[in-house]
Design a protein around this ligand. Structure first.
Ligand SMILES: [Zn+2]
Ligand SMILES: [Zn+2]
Length: 464
């Protein structure tokens, strides 16, 4: 969703980027309104790309059968980039002190694309791409909108890693490994086994605080299995579970409550559950007729969202995603309608959950009797073609000298002035705007007109 494109450009200059086929595994919505998970192949030849997709689907199905990914699956898109390696497999130098011996796991040095290899940091099972610059170049050239990247290494030997990237092999436990590594990469979780003093640091599920009243998961103390437990390797570092009851300690159990909460909070920092709403702008509406308001919500499964509506700051009875104001039901003048959405999921007890993750839409309305200046303007207003590719023609009539400003507003509220406020004489106006230069992605935008201080909004759709 949120990209640091500059960073990619820097990396891009350092490595040759190739364009590969990108398969859609799951698409629930537009890229800018979802968390985009992207799998990369390494050690798969051109002939093995169908196997790569099968391996991805196996891992991904298991991921979305894992709490809380199951609940929030509609918040995610999933893609797979079919990166082609010259040779099949993952490199193994057999140089780590804990290598099982070449009789069990032979030395190998295939020409795979990212140089993914075992024995990283002198730990046999740590599998990491050798060239992060190449990974970044492939992402920049093929899928710059990614939020989280997973590299699947084509070998059935056991291994994986979690850093900026999550990595697994195709071992029979590959899905479990990848989901554990996504805990590191996507949610910044620590291992709940003792991984060594070099990994000991404050994390959502690791702390030096031993007081159950002060520990960061204090709201979960007393829930089954949750406490403050010293790590096996250090009396100074603590974790919320013990005895292999969290996926961050061993493969196969669920994530513990603390880890689940961390995922939910992370998901909410990336995606708003208010997917879209109509009328689509928060500027002034002129309602002399009955008007309907609607939000489209991204609902967790089961739905834990709670919606309230406030007319002029007074809470209304409606709790569903539509609200209607009947013509004549409120007095002339200015009014506001606000809807508020919160996620009351039992998976999060974070103290700041509601303060951070309360979502609002505010509509300002001005209600008038008779035909207003704005309505006259609206009647003569034409925007075409709609949808548009590059150029947009805007035509309107002014029945008297008026002050006019025209803005283009993006889905996330960015305002691009097309016409700075200026006085125009009465008459007909027609202008062609070349919108190419703004680098707009495909999607819905709003053209906002401000005529003599009153606002009118129209939706336009940009094609690819
Ligand atoms: Zn090894
Ligand atoms: Zn945990």
């Amino acid at each position: 969703m949120k990209k640091l494109l500059l960073l990619f450009i820097l990396f891009y200059s350092g490595a040759k980027a190739q364009v590969f086929t990108v398969d859609t595994i799951i698409k629930t919505g537009p890229l800018n309104k979802r968390i985009n998970f992207v799998y990369l192949a390494d050690g798969y030849t051109a002939a093995e790309q169908a196997k790569f997709i099968t391996d991805v689907i196996n891992i991904n199905n298991k991921l979305f059968n894992t709490i809380p990914f199951t609940e929030y699956k509609d918040y995610f898109n999933v893609f797979a980039i079919k990166v082609i390696s010259n040779e099949s497999g993952i490199k193994h130098a057999s140089t780590a002190p804990d290598c099982p011996g070449v009789g069990t796991h032979p030395v190998s040095n295939p020409k795979n694309y990212f140089g993914t290899k075992f024995d990283v940091a002198n730990i046999h099972r740590l599998v990491v791409p050798d060239s992060f610059a190449k990974v970044n170049a492939v992402l920049a050239a093929n899928f710059p909108e990614y939020d989280q990247v997973m590299v699947v290494g084509n070998t059935s030997f056991y291994g994986g890693s979690g850093g900026a990237l999550a990595t697994s092999t195709t071992h029979t436990s590959a899905a479990e490994i990848m989901i554990h590594e996504i805990g590191h990469s996507f949610a910044s979780l620590a291992d709940e086994y003792w991984a060594g003093i070099q990994y000991a640091t404050e994390k959502p599920n690791m702390t030096a605080q031993s007081d159950p009243l002060l520990v960061k998961w204090k709201n979960w103390i007393g829930s089954p299995g949750i406490g403050v437990f010293a790590h096996s390797g250090s009396p100074l570092w603590f974790k919320p579970t013990t005895g292999g009851t969290c996926k961050m300690e061993v493969l196969n159990p669920a994530f513990c409550r603390v880890c689940k909460e961390t995922f939910v909070e992370r998901i909410h920092t990336l995606v708003s559950p208010i997917d879209s709403y109509i009328p689509s702008n928060a500027a002034t509406l002129n309602i002399s007729n009955t008007i309907g308001f609607k939000t489209n919500l991204l609902k967790p499964i089961p739905n834990t969202l709670n919606q309230t509506w406030f007319l002029d700051n007074v809470q209304q009875a409606a709790t569903i995603d539509t609200f209607t104001i009947l013509s004549g039901s409120i007095a002339n003048g200015n009014h506001t309608l606000r809807t508020t959405v919160v996620d009351n999921t039992s998976l999060s007890r974070a103290d700041n959950h509601l303060s951070l993750h309360t979502y609002n839409v505010l509509w300002n309305m001005s209600i008038a009797t008779g035909v207003t200046e704005v309505q006259v303007f609206n009647a003569g207003l034409k925007l075409f073609p709609n949808p548009f590719a590059e150029n947009l023609v805007i035509q309107y009539k002014l029945s008297k000298p008026s002050s006019v400003a025209i803005n283009l507003v993006t889905a996330n509220g960015k305002n691009i002035p097309l016409v700075q406020e200026k006085k125009q004489m009465q008459g007909s106006y027609s202008s062609t705007f070349s919108l190419n230069r703004y680098g707009l992605s495909a999607g819905v935008y709003t053209i906002v007109f401000i005529v003599n201080g009153q606002t009118i909004a129209r939706e336009i759709i940009k094609l690819k």
